[in-house]
Ligand binder design. Structure first.
Ligand code: S3P
Length: 754
């Protein structure tokens, strides 16, 4: 007679786990449960008795039973039934469970089609049973059977649970904990969404692989062909070696969603076929580059990203990264900083709207600029690359963009959303732009107001917040606009819209802001004049593609300028930095504070001046930052505040309300963080006063703002103890190699995920 244990908190999660079906998944669960000690006994039941016996003999299970009735009377709420049979056997197994088990026993399964199992459970029980937790591990292998079983099969894989409204909370929680105990990541999903997604991402590729191999296998010369099969064929068709019964059952039970996915794919295959037949190289490049970009994105996704994730599309759900940085360090290095973010965005915009090819070097492969790149791919522009900062953009001309099939997702990037708005009001299609949590809180009225004045129809949420919806096919009028705020994004947005106006527009700025758009307009041969804080542009000029060389980003270089300026004994050489006069506010301010900064090898690289910048340590003093420098250093204030914390005396910034509406409220983020690190600050609505002092240690929150995270990392060079910075994921939006370079200058950064 089997002993029944009372479970206590420290004990195993389940008393007994009964696995019905000892194929690859069932046997792997058995091994994982035993290895990770998640139950006292693993009991196996299998239709084929030879496999059952061998599972017992090899120790995969503790006990073999031939019929559920052998143990059913003993089972209670501490036990679990795991159904691991092919989908079409699920019904008969569940009927047995219904007949023999008490309601308190939790039942779960691993079938790939959840609509079918949930409907079957309802039919078998006559209602939705609370004890049934529908599950599906996204793990497996083309190998089948007991011999291929592995206890780590589920570690770091995703498991989708599709509970219904009636699923018991406790039952759900324990099944979730079981999978987490195997090292898997659990997420919840709606049943039909699960079946639709899996139809496209798993069932469709299996159908295609089976079909391709079957087609080739039916040729008389198949042995000969298979002998020449290269890696590509083998990779693509690996899954055609999977268990046919399992896949027959999936095909039959997820029929509707698979047929939809197949229809979609057949239509697209037809497009590809026709493009090949008609030598349509553009369509081929469009399909291949889009696919290549998407496939690269796929390689960057890992199952952690779905942890505790419900069903939202928000990229913010990815696992949090924090930096833990030891105090101190030296700072002697020669650094190559990645390409300028502002110019990278614009190179894509101009390249796409140009006629013919634009080749780009020095492109920043950060998340923000990649969002712009994806937006153009979504509008039918072929872009080859990026590869080591190189792009080849196949321009479509001012009117050649195509309506995207879904809203353009611009992640964290305000520049993408605001500049694209200007360009999209000139198109003849409707379009919607969305962003992540931070971007969804940023004001868009600043561009919507002037663009509406030009005749555009733009909808935002209340308060001018994204999503931004733009109505296409509008005739735009010229505008004379005096910008109420100094903003290069607003200026550029209007400039892009003005390209679609038949006539002259003029824009005046209250203070100079970065002028990359104007320089590029000139470089691409557009009709534009600048002077006296005014830009006059005539629309309608079509322009040709050209070469664009992007210098390194002074906004990223600024972190290492300050690093060297505040760390005794330091000397850093930053190569080929863009030193456009509308961007050098940080250099001007640091020099006023006493920093030792020298430019060498200054020359014009295309439209932009560049130089090597050498920064050496020298003691800093606090200053009143001149208002004229604010727009010229707008992105650099987080790290300038760190320099101020290391200076003697007070550094005062005012006239910088804009900092409140950047990727975060940067006045608050820096003021809170510096205070926490022991620095005295006096925040104001439009700025911050920082009193130089001793930087201590502690945990600061970057609020998901890349520049706040990097600024506090630099502060660690002069801290007295460890600084831990939360929410650092977005550093990748502008400076994906930041940690690598920070280590190169001697910062001891550990990147931890939470
Ligand atoms: C940018 C302009 C600035 C800057 C942003 C990039 C650009 O914003 O803060 O990071 O590329 O035009 P504002 O123009 O809104 O000040």
């Amino acid at each position: 007679m089997y002993m029944s244990y009372e479970l206590s908190a420290e004990d195993a999660l389940f008393n007994r786990i009964v696995i019905i079906g000892l194929g690859l998944i069932g046997a792997s669960i058995a091994l994982a449960a035993k290895k990770r000690k998640l139950c006292y006994e693993v009991i196996g039941l299998n239709r084929k008795s030879s496999s059952l016996m061998s599972a017992k003999k090899t120790g995969v299970i503790d006990r073999a039973i031939e019929n559920l009735s052998e143990i059913s009377l003993n089972l209670n709420e501490n036990d679990l039934i795991l159904i691991c049979v092919p989908t079409l056997e699920f019904e008969s197994v569940l009927k047995e469970c219904r007949r023999l088990l008490r309601d308190c026993v939790t039942i779960t399964d691993v079938c790939s089609v959840k609509g079918y199992t949930v409907d079957t459970a309802r039919a078998v029980f006559g209602f939705e049973p609370f004890q049934y937790v529908p599950g599906h591990p996204i793990a497996g292998s083309e190998k089948s059977g007991l011999v291929a079983a592995a206890p780590e099969l589920f570690a770091n894989h995703l498991v989708i649970l599709t509970p219904t409204l009636r699923t018991g909370e406790k039952n759900l929680e324990r099944v979730k904990r079981l999978w987490e105990g195997f090292g898997a990541f659990v997420c919840y999903m709606d049943t039909s969404r699960h079946d639709e997604i899996l139809a496209s991402t798993s069932h469709l590729p299996h159908m295609l692989a089976y079909s391709l191999v079957a087609t080739l296998a039916s040729r008389a010369d198949y042995q000969d062909i298979f002998r020449f099969a290269a890696g590509g064929f083998k990779d693509f068709t690996r899954i055609a070696a999977s268990d046919p019964i399992m896949w027959r059952d999936i095909a039959l039970t997820n029929r509707r969603a698979i047929v939809n996915a197949l229809d979609h794919s057949l239509t697209d295959l037809h497009v590809l076929r026709n493009a090949i037949e008609s030598c349509d190289s553009n369509t081929l490049m469009e399909v291949f580059t889009r696919a290549q970009g998407a496939r690269k994105y796929l390689s960057g996704i890992n199952p952690h990203m779905f942890k505790n994730r419900s069903n939202s599309d928000d990229a913010k759900d990815s696992e949090e990264i924090k930096y833990v940085i030891k105090p101190g360090g030296h700072c002697r290095a020669e650094l190559r900083i990645p390409g300028d973010k502002s110019i990278s965005h614009r190179s894509l915009m101009f390249g796409a709207l140009a006629e013919g090819l634009t080749s780009v070097t020095g492109f920043l492969e950060g998340e923000d600029t990649l969002a712009t790149l994806q937006a153009f791919r979504d509008m039918g522009v072929v872009v080859e690359g990026p590869s080591e900062g190189r792009l080849l953009i196949h321009g479509v001309g001012l009117n050649g963009l195509r309506k995207p099939t879904k809203p353009l997702y611009l992640g964290n990037s305000g520049t993408s959303m605001r500049l694209l708005s200007g360009l999209l009001v000139g198109q003849d299609f409707d379009v919607e732009m969305v962003g992540d949590i931070s971007l969804s809180r940023r004001p868009m009225n600043r561009i919507a107001i002037p663009l509406k004045r030009m005749g555009a129809i733009i909808e935002t949420l209340d308060g001018g917040l994204p999503p931004v919806k733009i109505r296409g096919g509008r005739k735009l009028n010229s505008i004379e606009y005096q910008m109420p705020i100094a903003s290069a994004q607003v200026k550029s947005s209007i400039l892009f819209a003005s390209l679609y106006v038949n006539g002259e527009s003029s824009i005046s700025e209250p203070a100079p802001t970065r002028d990359h758009t104007e320089r590029m307009l000139k470089g691409f041969g557009c009709d534009v004049r600048t002077g006296n804080s005014e830009i006059i542009i005539r629309g309608g000029t079509h322009f040709m593609g050209k070469c664009v060389e992007i210098p390194s980003d002074i906004s990223s270089a600024a972190f290492f300028m300050v690093a060297a300026a505040i760390t005794p004994g330091s000397s850093v050489l930053l190569k080929n930095i863009g030193v456009n006069p509308t961007r050098v506010g940080v250099v001007n301010i640091l020099r006023m504070m006493g920093a030792d900064i020298e430019f060498s090898h200054t020359y014009n690289q295309g439209e932009e001046p560049v130089a090597d910048i050498q920064v050496k340590y020298s003691p800093l003093v606090g200053i009143d930052i001149p208002k004229g420098q604010v727009a010229l250093a707008i992105d650099e204030f987080p790290v300038i505040f760190v320099a101020a914390a290391c200076a003697s005396g007070a550094t005062r910034l005012s006239g910088a309300t804009e900092l409140r509406v950047k990727e975060s409220d940067r006045i608050k983020a820096m003021s809170d963080g510096l205070t926490l690190l022991g620095i005295e600050v006096i925040p104001a609505a439009d700025g911050l006063t920082v009193i130089g002092g001793v930087i201590g240690g502690g945990e600061v929150d970057s609020l998901g703002d890349h520049r706040i995270a990097m600024a506090f990392s630099i502060a660690a060079l002069r801290a007295t103890s460890e600084i831990c910075i939360l929410n650092c994921n977005n550093v990748a939006t502008s400076f994906p190699t930041f940690v690598q370079l920070a280590r190169q200058v001697g910062l001891d950064v550990v990147v931890e995920s939470q």
